[in-house]
Design a protein around this ligand. Sequence first.
Ligand code: URA
Length: 190
Amino acid sequence: MGKTWEELEQACLNCQRCALADTRHHVVFGMGPRNAEIMCIGEGPGEQEDLQGIPFVGRAGKLLDDMLELIDLSRESNVYIANIVKCRPPQNRDPLNTEQDACIDYLRAQVALIRPKIIVCLGRIAACRLIREDFKITKEHGTWVEKSGVWMTAVYHPAAILRDPSKRPDTFLDLKSIQKKIQDVCTHTY
Ligand code: URA
C-alpha cells in the first residue's frame, strides 16, 4: 500500500468495501501511540465502540485497560489497539470471513506503519486470522511464534474473561509472559 497515516485513516473512514458500512455509526480505526512496540488486536467493534469510534470502550475495554496496567502498559503511553474489522458486525456476531478479507489490508497497513515488536491477539478470531487458521485459544493462549520478525501471542478475549472468571489465573500468567517478552525484545516500552 505504502500509504501515510493520514491517507490510510481517510481511506478507512470512507470505506465501503463490505456491508458493515451500511449499519455502522463510526469506523473504529484504532488508537494509541503510532510508535508503539506492542499492538493488541481484537475482533471488531461492539455497540459502544461503534457509537464512540474508539476501540475497547465498553466493559471488556475497561478490563483490557486493567490487564494492560498490570504489566505497566496503556493505550495512552505504549500500546496501539486495533481490530480485525473496523466496523461493528450487527448484534456483535463474529465478523464473516468475507468481512475480514475486505478489511484486513487496513490492519496490515497499520502494522506496516507501526512496525511493532509484539502483537497480542485478543481472542480466537484475531488469533485464527493472524497466527494460524486453526489456532486453539484454549490450548494455545500464551504461546509464542515469530512471524516476519514480529513476536505473536494470544490471550483470552476480555469479554470471554468477563463471562468466565476462571480464565483469570491463566490470563495473569499470559500477561507475565508478555512482560518478559517485552523485556527481551522491546527497546523503549519500559
Ligand atoms: N471487542 C473487540 O474485539 N474489539 C473492540 O474494539 C471492542 C470489543
